[in-house]
Design a protein around this ligand. Structure first.
Ligand code: NAD
Ligand code: DAU
Length: 338
């Protein structure tokens, strides 16, 4: 199978590229990535030289470029490319609209130009954040109405609506996955888990928003990659598949688990001003993908967080290089005087 992946130099994308090439010895893959602040060629440096892997620097919002790439002989497109960080979307939403909304539209149009002359599938990597926030109980199902609360989740919801419309109007064989919070190797250290681990290793405070009782469902990235593959191979066109880790934890519990594994005191936690519009709780009902496609997560939170802490301890050069320049400016803006 020959596929095109967008955003393959980011966190989940790079894990997926490696997973795909390992799983399919006859498979080949083109990775198109703009290399924004979150894209890092080092994430896939072990693949350079592989005849089955081809990297192209490009923007998914560049219509001519995407048409040219998609007109080549690819059987499927997996769209990971996105601006992905909620706090950055609150600071400045414009890049989120360009990439997440317009970029997805450009890809869909490029696919529309080759389909149905050629058989091609489109997998949109969406998020559970499109469903909004839950109270104390309940879980998002694929039927839960979309109610995004941040510019990031609004942009992802808009993209989902476009994918839906292209399936209904043009019959474009597209599927959408909506996954909960990922963690694991190569996650950019602005997100909760890698931020907490790298701060703790460097002896810096761990900033927790509000009362720390906001709940996320955590999934180890390799489990997410497996689920995406199952949807890519067997997902039904026009359908949405929720994906989760069965590991709901309040942020405070996550931060303490990290400190415990590093042998550091809980007093390193500092409560800071809450995120505006902060969603209180996410929980995801992923029984559809379990029932229909036979996927279930296999890595427990305890196992996944131990592996992740270990990875960040063993790859300090990787994240220390990131935590310079633009990152430090971002960190100051986000956390100083908060
Ligand atoms: P990330 O920020 O680590 O990586 C995004 C990648 O996309 C980067 O390599 C970046 O250079 C690239 N990119 C950005 N704009 C681009 C453009 N215009 N053209 C081409 N490439 C571009 O993100 P991630 O955490 O790996 O998330 C990947 C996808 O999964 C996103 O669509 C995100 O919405 C979704 N998702 C993430 C999570 C999570 O917990 N991280 C959970 C569910 C869904
Ligand atoms: O649910 C899936 C989503 O998960 C993805 O679609 C997003 O791309 C991804 O970034 C993630 O969004 P969150 O906003 O949930 O992730 P983040 O790591 O930014 O925050 C997780 C929780 O931790 C959230 O409740 C906010 C809180 N937090 C975060 C940071 C960075 C803190 O308390 N302190 C922090 O410094």
């Amino acid at each position: 199978m020959r596929i095109l992946v967008t955003g393959g130099c980011g966190f989940i994308g790079s894990n997926f590229v490696r997973y795909f090439l390992k799983t399919y010895p006859d498979g080949s893959l083109i990775n198109v990535d703009k290399l924004t602040y979150a894209g890092n060629l080092e994430n896939l440096s072990d693949l350079s030289g592989s005849p089955r892997y081809h990297f192209i620097r490009g923007d998914i919002a560049d219509a001519a470029r995407m048409e040219e790439l998609i007109s080549k002989d690819v059987e499927a497109i997996v769209n990971f490319a996105a601006e992905s960080h909620v706090d950055r979307s609150i600071e400045d939403p414009s890049a989120f609209m360009k990439t997440n909304v317009f970029g997805t539209f450009v890809l869909l149009e490029a696919v529309r130009k080759v389909f149905p002359k050629r058989s091609i599938r489109f997998v949109q990597i969406s998020t559970d954040e499109v469903y909004g926030s839950l109270g104390e109980t309940g879980a998002f199902t694929e039927e839960t109405p979309l109610a995004p609360n941040s510019p990031y989740s609004a942009s992802k919801s808009a993209a989902d609506m476009l994918v839906r419309a292209y399936y209904h109007t043009y019959g474009l064989p597209a599927v959408i996955t909506r996954c909960s919070n990922n963690y694991g190797p190569y996650q950019f250290p602005e997100k909760l888990i890698p931020l907490m681990i790298s701060n703790a290793i460097e002896g810096k405070e761990l900033p927790i928003y509000g009362d720390g009782m906001h709940v996320r469902d955590w999934i180890y990235v390799e489990d997410h990659c497996q689920a995406i593959d199952v949807v890519l191979q067997r997902g039904k066109a026009g359908e949405v598949y929720n994906i989760g880790g069965r590991s709901e934890r309040p942020n405070l519990v996550v931060a303490k688990a990290i400190l415990d594994r590093l042998g550091k005191p809980h007093s390193m936690i500092r409560f800071v001003a809450d995120r505006p519009g902060h969603d209180r709780r996410y929980a995801i009902d992923f029984s559809k993908i379990e029932r229909e496609l036979g996927w279930t997560p296999s890595v427990s939170f305890e196992e996944g967080i131990s592996r992740t802490v270990e990875w960040y301890l063993n790859h300090q050069e990787w994240w220390k290089k990131i935590r310079t320049g633009e990152y430090l400016n971002y960190y100051k803006r986000m956390y100083e005087n908060r």
